[in-house]
Write a protein that binds this ligand. Structure first.
Ligand SMILES: Nc1ncnc2c1ncn2[C@@H]1O[C@H](COP(=O)(O)OP(=O)(O)OP(=O)(O)O)[C@@H](O)[C@H]1O
Ligand SMILES: [Mg+2]
Length: 279
């Protein structure tokens, strides 16, 4: 134990480095106008092919927004632009009033408060559910300190809250590798929550899930909105109908229609692009 003491002290020094971490000097998220994400006139070309074509889209603070659209419509590319993975050729992307996403690196965007859930879960299979959340709370910078520091009451509570939200309280000591596909997806959402994102992007969350898991995921995503904004891309229309307030339809890299599920499903332009598919 005595050997760990200096290590703990060293780990505590992490905090000193916060002052020199540029991400922490980034402007604070300002949603005083009620909008958490501004995408304006975004275009992205891949070898001359326009994956996004003057895309303009606004997400309100606390909103749960569903994005639908045929394969290749640009949904994932849009998420790549928001998270800094792909740089647009033109346009602007702001997180709140003042954070210019096009000037931040991918890790800085995550640090600023945008969390992204990819389709395949990337949990640490040999660690327990609890440990996965613990490691996620530390973030990439703090794994070292997390190994040597004891959790304080606040951190413990934060993990308990996440466990409750994702419905894995009873499985906290289970190895993540032993979870079902759906449970792993929820754990990964829980891991994202540990970083307290103000905006959560979720790409095709229910692909491969059982009907029960799909239903549970709908409840989970609905419960996450409000305190934070959630953008969900999904092809499963039944699922979208069950959670959607506002639906945005993307087609050929632009917004084709926006409104309630009923409004977009009855929009002739939407019916046309989905012709032959069940909307
Ligand atoms: N890195 C890339 N290089 C070249 N083309 C790309 C790249 N990423 C995406 N594309 C192309 O851009 C278009 C939009 O792709 P995107 O993945 O954003 O569509 P999507 O709406 O997410 O589709 P899906 O519903 O199938 O996931 C597609 O035609 C795709 O082939
Ligand atoms: Mg996609």
């Amino acid at each position: 134990m005595s050997m760990l003491k200096p290590l703990r002290e060293f780990a505590d020094r992490d905090r000193v480095f916060d002052m020199v971490n540029p991400a922490l000097r980034a402007p604070r998220l300002d949603v005083s106008h009620g909008t958490v994400l501004y995408l304006e006139d975004i275009s992205v070309s891949f070898d001359g092919f326009r994956a996004l074509n003057d895309l303009t889209l606004y997400i309100q603070a606390g909103e749960l927004r569903c994005i639908i659209g045929p394969n290749g419509a640009g949904k994932t590319t849009m998420m790549d632009v928001i998270t800094g993975k792909t740089r647009p050729d033109t346009g602007s992307a702001f997180f709140g009033q003042s954070i210019d996403l096009l000037r931040l690196s991918e890790p800085d965007i995550a640090q600023a408060g945008i969390g992204r859930k990819f389709q395949s879960p990337t949990v640490f299979e040999q660690h327990t559910v609890f440990e996965n959340l613990e490691l996620a709370m530390a973030g990439p910078r703090g794994v070292w300190s997390m190994l040597f520091a004891r959790l304080n009451a606040e951190q413990q509570e934060k993990i308990d809250r996440a466990l409750q939200l994702i419905g894995l309280q009873d499985l906290r000591f289970a190895l993540a590798g032993s979870l079902s596909h759906g449970q792993k997806q929820w754990l990964e959402i829980g891991m994202l929550l540990m970083q307290e994102p103000a905006l959560l992007l979720v790409d095709e969350p229910v692909a491969g899930m059982t009907p029960q898991e799909t239903e549970r995921t709908a409840e989970l995503l609905v419960s996450l909105a409000g305190e934070r904004s959630v953008v969900v891309v999904e092809h499963d229309m039944e699922f979208v109908r069950s959670i959607a307030r506002t639906v945005t339809v993307l087609h050929e890299g632009s917004v084709l229609a926006e409104g309630t599920m009923d409004q977009v499903q009855n929009n002739p332009k939407v019916v046309e692009v989905y012709l032959g598919e069940q909307v």
